[in-house]
Design a protein around this ligand. Sequence first.
Ligand SMILES: [Zn+2]
Length: 189
Amino acid sequence: MISTYMNRLIAVSTKEDIFPEYRETPIGFLLEYHNLKRSPDIFKKAQLLIGMCMDNRKRLQIPDNFAYIIRTGGANLRYSEFKISYAIAIGGVKSIALIGHNNCGMENVMSKKEQFIEGLAENAGWERECAEEHFMQLAPMFEIGSEIEFVLSEAQRLRLRYPGIQVAPLHYRVEDNLLYLIKENEKEQ
Ligand SMILES: [Zn+2]
């Protein structure tokens, strides 16, 4: 299952690698700035909204003023709806780049229960019982399952919710710090 999803990643090392529907859009420019070292343009206002993980290993190469960025565990935007709507309604952005990444801590977060309880007890001085209750109550909301699968389904959800907005699911590989496109079902096969 996981390898099937890995096979969907498309490297972007030239402008021609960018899917035609993204070329000359804010999504395409994001890929050019970050992967292709396009020199920064001058922007007076944000061109897109980026949703990405809070993970410390990731940093985007983008010009000043280029993007709003919402960082959450696993690039999960389910609980950021007002901020998304604000970026669209007031900020005027017409594109969303949703960037998942490999080795994400929110993948199979349920498996980290013991470590979570131990850590909160030891580092924050919580009672074990409170830490366990906290985990059991909130972990299901932040579980993303598989990184690539999640970002695809989250992109679909956002497209239905905001039909006028272009939404692109992307993948960040922490080993090379590059962005990858993800092949989607309706475009391939
Ligand atoms: Zn992550």
